[in-house]
Ligand binder design. Structure first.
Ligand SMILES: Nc1ncnc2c1ncn2[C@@H]1O[C@H](COP(=O)(O)OP(=O)(O)OP(=O)(O)O)[C@@H](O)[C@H]1O
Length: 291
């Protein structure tokens, strides 16, 4: 298997503020890796460094083990949409294709970006979701092997998102590699096989969702109840409680004890479920472990 991306000892400061502190990881070809972290964690900065849009202070990254950076191998979908006046979807896709050595076919780009019905639309007249799709189309123009997606589905409706992730899966099956950032964690949970978590300028976790759960050894118990939160906060096996509209989520590392402690309240509890934490609560637990 080829190493699609290798990142070694990357450091970056803006003025005196450290944003990335000794970042190291590699990605094998065919992986879909999610780069996760709170707002301002440094995800876009890291992608911009790897794709040579900005300069790191120290460290290096390599794409497909090549000494020299080759833009033909990568596609980058930035967070911001670009928009030009009076140029149509068809014209911009065809133009951008000409910049690359082995571009993807125009028809394949249209199908993957779901823009078949908008080819004659001026770029600046597209809706927010359509602009995102065009940004994706332009990312694919060079038929890249390693694809960076920064918040790709922002502004897309539910149906468009479903189709978007289906196309990502198809591209993965063709052997493409992805590094994706998104705050839509449920979408990442479905698509990514690995999660790299940036927090306080460092990688605090790198692995699968399962491994994240095992490392934390915590599960969540959810149920509906009219009882007050204080009752559950006082149970010794409870690490954390959250409540929304009488729907409770309790985090515990000792589920057997917690269930025993809930027994006196069972008559006032409905729909009790024990589950692995989702990405959102796992990230929260990881951050708390760091503090
Ligand atoms: N050009 C810049 N000059 C100064 N500070 C910057 C610059 N770009 C980013 N920053 C700061 O660096 C930090 C990391 O920003 P970055 O955009 O990489 O985070 P992010 O993880 O992508 O955030 P988000 O999830 O909100 O997109 C933030 O505190 C941000 O304010």
């Amino acid at each position: 298997m080829t190493t699609a991306l290798e990142v070694k000892h990357i450091n970056k400061k803006y003025k005196n503020k450290v944003v990335l502190n000794d970042i190291n990881f590699s990605i094998q070809s065919g992986e879909i890796v999610a780069l996760i972290g709170k707002n301002g964690a440094g995800k876009s900065t890291l992608i911009n460094i790897i794709t040579k849009l900005i300069q790191q202070d120290s460290g290096q990254s390599k794409i497909f083990e090549k000494e020299k950076f080759d833009r033909n191998l990568i596609g980058v979908m930035m967070q911001e949409n670009i928009s030009l006046d009076r140029i149509t979807v068809k014209e911009i896709i065809k133009l951008i294709r000409t910049y690359y050595r082995n571009p993807m076919s125009y028809q394949a780009i249209l199908a993957l970006s779901e823009l078949q019905n908008y080819t004659n639309h001026p770029m600046d007249k597209l809706s927010g979701g359509q602009k995102r799709k065009l940004q994706f189309a332009l990312t694919l123009a060079g038929n890249p092997d390693l694809i960076f997606l920064d918040e790709p589905t922002v502004g897309m409706d539910a149906e468009s998102r479903t189709k978007f992730w289906k196309h990502i899966d198809e591209l993965k099956k063709q052997g493409k590699t992805f590094l994706i950032t998104s705050h839509y964690l449920e979408e990442l949970e479905k698509v990514a096989n690995r999660f790299i978590f940036l927090h306080n300028q460092k990688i605090i976790f790198d692995g699968s969702l399962n491994e994240m759960g095992k490392q934390l050894k915590k599960v969540q118990v959810t149920f509906n109840s009219e009882l007050i939160e204080d009752i559950f906060n006082k149970l010794p096996a409870v690490l954390r409680v959250s409540e929304l509209n009488h729907h409770y989520t309790l985090i515990t590392s000792d589920v057997n004890s917690l269930i025993t402690q809930l027994v006196p309240y069972l008559s006032a509890i409905d729909n009790l479920e024990i589950r692995q934490q989702n990405l959102d609560t796992l990230m929260d637990s990881l951050i708390r472990n760091e503090e």
